[in-house]
Design a protein around this ligand. Structure first.
Ligand code: PGA
Length: 253
């Protein structure tokens, strides 16, 4: 039985006052839950503030990205070692916004995945197709290409304990959620591709869904056999919504 995983991706949102208000409401709600793993991923500059607001709770701290290089002359970069030092245990890698807006290639994403693993961070690897790709029937080949880039560089053993996030680009921030059946089909495909390399790793790895998840649709998504939780954007900025999504994940399915 895989423990459900729910991560809140704040994206480039928040300020010190809003973060404090959000966490003050969220921490007691999340502390009351058991049987799930929860993570919040604020912007880099707020990692330490959020770490102290989380205090000793079980909710973990994650970053939204990392630099592929180690410490040194890389202006503007934030290294995996710095993320560890700031208290992060997780890092999102290859989010579709990084791929589309910041030019991250499959190879760069694979490199970042490797660096995260090498520094003891749990990568949350995002894959997913655009609307045009879905409509042209290439969803599986796109997701597979993104997955194979990481598998080829890092090997299947690097997926042990990692998290995958299937995030169809057309569902992100659009209010258009994939149906549970649509998401399940891609999750099962991803797991089958991993099983081709190692059946045990594939059976154990968490594959979470992201794209307009909210309290109202979370339980149906999380009830699907291969959907092991969610990567939550907009709804992660509203304490009651995020708490309700985490409660849905904590239910027995
Ligand atoms: P959304 O974003 O929940 O706002 O659609 C999800 C994500 O991009 O991780």
């Amino acid at each position: 039985m895989r423990v459900k995983f729910v991560a809140g991706n704040w994206k480039m949102n928040g300020d010190r006052a809003a973060n404090e208000a959000l966490l003050t409401a969220l921490v007691p709600a999340l502390s009351a839950l058991s049987g799930i793993e929860s993570v919040v991923c604020p912007p880099f500059v707020y990692l330490q503030q959020v770490k102290s607001l989380l205090g000793g709770t079980k909710t973990a701290l994650g970053a939204q990205d990392l630099c592929q290089f180690g410490n040194g002359a890389y202006t503007g970069g934030v290294s995996a070692a710095m993320l560890r030092d700031a208290g992060c245990s997780h890092v999102i890698v290859g989010h579709s916004e990084r791929r589309a807006l910041f030019g991250e290639t499959d190879d760069l994403v694979a490199e970042k995945f490797a660096v995260a693993r090498g520094n003891g961070l749990v990568p949350v690897l995002c894959v997913g197709e655009t609307l045009a790709e879905r409509e042209s029937g290439t969803t599986e080949s796109v997701v597979d290409r993104q997955l194979q880039a990481v598998l080829q560089r890092c090997g299947i053993s690097a997926f042990r304990g990692a998290v995958l996030a299937y995030e169809p680009v057309w569902a992100i921030g659009t209010g258009k959620t994939a149906t549970p059946e649509q998401a399940q089909a891609v999750h099962a495909f991803i797991r089958s591709r991993l099983a081709g390399a190692d059946a045990k790793v594939a059976a154990e790895v968490r594959i979470v869904y992201g794209g307009s998840v909210k309290a109202a649709n979370a339980a149906q998504l999380f009830a699907m056999a291969d959907i092991d939780g969610g990567l939550i954007g907009g709804a992660a900025l509203v304490a009651e919504e995020f708490a309700a999504i985490c409660r849905a994940a904590a239910q027995k399915h």
